[in-house]
Design a protein around this ligand. Sequence first.
Ligand code: ADE
Length: 230
Amino acid sequence: MTERIGIIGAMESEVATLIPALEDHKEQTIGIVVYHVGKLNGREVVVARSGVGKVNAAMTAAEMIRTFGAKAIVNTGVAGALEETLDPEDAVIATDLVQHDYDTTPFDPPGFVSGVGRIKIPADPKISAAAAQAARELGMRVLEGTIASGDQFISDGKKKEWIRKTFGAFACEMEGAAIAHVCFLYGVRCGVIRTISDRADGKADVDFPSFAEHAAALNAEIVRRVLPQI
Ligand code: ADE
């Protein structure tokens, strides 16, 4: 049997096209999260909607690793653009991830995770390379770089600029770095694949609802395509 891959999306729209496509679909509910086990594009997977934010994402990742034996986790979903040339429906593939709201600055630089001893946690290069190729095959523009996560929807130019400058991040969202952190601690591979839904600025509250559903579905198609290769 090949290694099982975990797929986490925070919102319903981020896993909506993946769950109905599962073969040999079985469900198990733990807490408030439903874990969907089955086969997708020939790979054993467990797919779940974690809920929004770092705690939900971390808990779901740990459960996938401990209870469902996931040997790699792919995080799928949408993101706000920090890099100026990014437009809605462009793809951002994480090379590494940072928690922009992890702040012990009296002692360490912004984002420094003391238990891990670093600011940025790397993504698995094989997953990232396969994702970049799949997104390009779908005709998407792709940037590979740092993704910043935090328990905040960013819709403010000043905050956006601070995250971009402080961490050199290309996109922001609310789960990826928490999943990467858990995977790092358990020695499991992690990929974070995101499609832009807004520019994380003063118009993000309007752009997000208009672009998020299509961007999430596009992103899930990238994930389906990478499964046989990772
Ligand atoms: N996910 C999509 N857009 C986002 C934003 N602007 N801030 C945080 N997470 C997001």
